[in-house]
Design a protein around this ligand. Structure first.
Ligand SMILES: NC(=O)c1ccc[n+]([C@@H]2O[C@H](COP(=O)([O-])OP(=O)(O)OC[C@H]3O[C@@H](n4cnc5c(N)ncnc54)[C@H](OP(=O)(O)O)[C@@H]3O)[C@@H](O)[C@H]2O)c1
Length: 327
């Protein structure tokens, strides 16, 4: 299935935000983590995404230690009125200390981080600014207060949180409206369905599922050519040798259902999210990551695919059977 005739459905960002394309684009792999990158093809992929109605482009200050934000800058400058730029703060890694994976949610860190991101992105206001991870020390109230001040100062339009609990979302939302929660959500990773999704529904928050393709695993192609030496997934438990075979056995089930339906495994994984979010009545904008135009076409085409009750039932046991935690 291709995307040529697919009109991109629209989803509202939070309670008061704009209507945006129902699928966004994860840009992380264009700079780091998933092996060799190709600047020319990545730039063409960004342009193709825009043509197909993708509005939200997801980055973070720590992807490529700033390089991913810089990489996006020319694309954003060329299409400022058409894109929603989403970035994140929280990790302290810098080009000088790329292996420093500490977290910092203090107001002074947030104030400095937003200015660094604005500069790298080449813009005056960030559309959606997420706290990437809690630092476990700074009271949430202080961090959200500092984030709300950025909205007042005109440096940020809407606030988001990543990988938070329902209680954290409620606390934050009582201080300042939270427009989006970004968390891992896929056929293999369903923890947020228990409490976070119901809280998001109640508060009008949009869920932005990250790694909707299980970091490539659900597509069945993650190991097609092996993982290169600079591919961080080799260190992730689900991709580790001791779990790989069991997990690829589960992926075979996805391939079987996809093939019977006449779609690809990636499309099936995205269609599962469409169907599950409809069932749970939650607004979602998944952000599958790809650096390739052909895959982007394939993924965007999935916005209009839904799964039958039988297909959903066949996929239901997979999350409980997957081996290894997701990090
Ligand atoms: N908030 C957080 O903590 C957090 C954590 C992780 C990720 N994220 C965000 O979420 C985005 C998406 O997550 P992700 O990149 O980790 O994982 P993902 O979207 O589940 O999977 C991406 C992987 O799948 C491959 N792929 C994409 N479409 C494909 C297709 N149709 N067929 C076969 N393979 C395909 C990509 O390879 P190619 O690029 O080579 O196509 C890449 O290796 C990231 O880019 C990032 O912006 C956020």
């Amino acid at each position: 299935m291709t995307s040529e005739n697919t009109a991109m459905p629209q989803v509202q960002l939070g309670q008061n935000g704009p209507m945006i394309g129902a699928q966004g684009l994860g840009c992380m792999g264009m700079s780091e983590f998933y092996g060799e990158t190709n600047e020319t093809e990545s730039r063409a992929t960004l342009e193709r995404a825009l043509e197909l109605g993708v509005t939200m482009y997801d980055t973070a200050d720590m992807y490529g230690v700033g390089a991913n934000e810089e990489f996006l800058a020319p694309f954003i400058a060329a299409h400022l009125d058409q894109v929603i730029v989403a970035t994140k703060f929280g990790y302290t890694r810098t080009p000088e200390n790329p292996d420093d994976w500490s977290l910092d949610n203090r107001p002074e860190f947030i104030r400095a981080a937003v200015d660094r991101s604005l500069k790298r992105l080449g813009i005056h206001v960030i559309d959606l600014y997420y706290m990437h991870r809690r630092d476990g020390v700074t009271p949430l109230e202080e961090s959200i207060g500092a984030m709300a001040d950025l909205v007042t100062a005109g440096k940020v339009k809407w606030l988001g949180l990543s990988a938070v609990s329902a209680a954290e979302l409620r606390t934050a939302h009582a201080i300042h409206p939270i427009s989006a929660v970004q968390s891992e959500w896929s056929i293999f990773t369903r923890d947020i369905e228990q409490e976070v999704v119901p809280a998001a529904v109640e508060l009008g928050v949009t869920i932005v599922p990250y790694s909707p393709l299980g970091r490539g695993m659900l597509t069945g192609q993650a190991f097609a050519n092996g993982l290169s030496g600079d591919d961080a997934r080799q260190y992730f438990p689900r991709f580790a040798k001791e779990n790989r075979d069991a997990n690829m056995g589960l992926v075979a089930k996805i391939e079987e259902i996809a093939s019977a339906k006449g779609v690809t495994s990636a499309q099936l994984a995205l269609a599962w999210l469409n169907t599950q979010s409809n069932r749970l009545n939650v607004k979602t904008v998944p952000i599958p990551g790809t650096r390739k135009r052909m895959r982007l076409d394939e993924n965007v085409a999935a916005v209009s695919i839904g799964l039958t009750t039988d297909e959903m039932e066949a996929l239901e046991p997979l999350a409980a059977a997957v081996q290894g935690v997701s990090i």
